[in-house]
Design a protein around this ligand. Structure first.
Ligand code: ADP
Ligand code: ASP
Ligand code: MG
Length: 409
């Protein structure tokens, strides 16, 4: 007879939490503990340690530009290993457990390899297993396309697996990593960063998109869409963690909530482009067609009918973006294209800045006081981003953190 499941709990463990046999055992103990308490537990696991990067290195050695389908076939094995290792370890603790790949778990995606979107989840198999008293261990970061191919969900995508499963099962979502919550800055770069009790979906999404890798941006977006509260916690200590949920305006007392750093950016510079209607449309149209996301765009004042156009992209896209820009610029009848990989983006994020003028100037001054030159600026209602030289980025991040007094609440 099927037993009443109650509210299932989805617990996600990241790569660093599973890096060694000892850590897998420790995580298994945590899962076993929840199971003994009577929780219906779904555990989502990432690939161990640096497995994903190692697999990519091995692949690129053999195929510098591998077909995206094969990238996904390969990368998905990392999470599959973790799931089997975890389920087997749980069984040694007397906990009945079953591991499932993404497709076995019913996770259906579109066909866009390496950054697939989840279309839907058929949770029946997981429900049946939970009802039979088992812990279900799901390989994170992967699904299956309509065509029956293995897909992956973008870097950090196990977070998305966890959120999507929680939404589909009507469960709660806890994301465990080597840090005990979301901080005002990456504590590895800013030692006096402070843990936040809670953060709004909007700000967390912005921080994640701007480089705070503690949660995947798309996972936060999905949590927001489905109203899933995400609880970010430490694998290794028992603390209150950080709750990511909808925050009311009155709960935002500070203009700035956190700062973030993204080193994985590059800049493409197109010089001496004819300053005429259609130039930008042609260039950015070609980039959009290739699926490349363009971030900060700067056009300099025109001089004798010519202008310089610079834009930033993720550094994974830099080679392709430079090639496309070179072709487009030839068609437009111009100039010179070059690439600058020695840049990084520092950002301040806060929904509270909407109602306070002066945040931008305060940020620029903080950077200037450290002698840091700003190459380009981008703003939205809740963020200010500055492109700086990569070697100055850590210093810049600490300066911004200090300027907005984020260390002391
Ligand atoms: P996992 O492997 O568990 O998915 P990640 O390495 O993806 O974990 O994310 C955890 C790391 O995110 C931390 O070790 C920390 O250095 C980094 N990080 C960056 N920004 C922040 C932030 N604002 N708060 C907490 N951690 C952050
Ligand atoms: N292993 C994948 C990555 O490194 C997914 C994840 O860890 O969430 O990006
Ligand atoms: Mg992660």
């Amino acid at each position: 007879m099927a037993q009443d499941l109650g509210v299932p709990v989805v617990l996600k463990f990241g790569g660093s939490s599973l890096a060694t046999a000892e850590r897998i055992r420790l995580v298994a103990e945590r899962i076993a503990e929840r199971h003994r308490q009577g929780d219906a537990v779904v555990a989502v696991v990432s690939a161990q340690g640096d497995t994903t990067d190692d697999l990519l290195d091995r692949l690129h050695e053999l195929a510098p530009q591998p077909p995206a389908r094969e990238v996904d076939m390969l990368l998905a094995t990392g999470e599959q290993q973790s799931a089997a290792l975890m389920a087997a370890t749980l069984s040694t603790l007397g906990v009945p457990a079953v591991s499932l790949t993404g497709w076995q778990a019913g996770i259906a995606t579109d066909r866009s390899h390496r950054r697939a979107r989840i279309h839907g989840i058929a949770p029946q198999r997981i429900r049946r297993l939970l009802a039979s008293g088992r812990v279900v261990v799901v390989a994170g970061f992967q699904g299956v396309s309509e065509g029956g191919d293995v897909t992956t969900l973008g870097r950090g995508g196990s977070d998305l697996t966890a959120v999507a499963l929680a939404a589909s099962l009507g469960g709660t979502c806890e994301i465990y990593s080597d840090v005990d919550g979301v901080y005002t800055a990456d504590p590895r770069i800013v030692p006096d960063a402070r843990r936040l009790e809670a953060i709004g979906y909007d700000e967390m999404m912005e921080l994640a998109a701007l480089g705070a890798q503690v949660l995947q941006g798309r996972a936060v977006e999905s949590a927001w869409q489905h109203g899933v509260e995400v609880h970010a916690r430490s694998t290794f200590t028992d603390g209150p963690g950080t709750r990511v949920h909808a925050l009311a305006g009155t709960e935002r007392s500070q203009p700035v909530t956190g700062v973030a750093l993204d080193r994985k950016v590059a800049r493409v510079l197109c010089q001496q482009v004819p300053d005429q209607p259609g130039s930008a449309a042609r260039l950015f149209g070609a980039l959009a067609e290739a699926g490349i996301n363009v971030d900060i765009i700067v056009q300099s004042p025109s001089h004798e009918g010519r202008t310089d156009l610079a834009f930033t992209i993720a550094d994974d896209d830099a080679t392709q973006a430079e090639e496309i820009a070179r072709r487009a610029v030839v068609q437009i009848g111009a100039g010179h294209v070059s690439r600058d990989a020695d840049v990084a983006k520092v950002s301040v994020v806060g929904a509270g800045m909407l109602s306070r003028p002066g945040v931008a100037s305060q940020a620029f001054k903080a950077l200037a006081d450290e002698g840091i030159n700003i190459i380009a600026i981008a703003t939205s209602e809740i963020k200010i981003s500055c492109l700086v030289r990569r070697e100055e980025a850590d210093l810049g991040l600490r300066a911004l953190h200090r300027a907005f007094q984020l260390a002391d609440a």
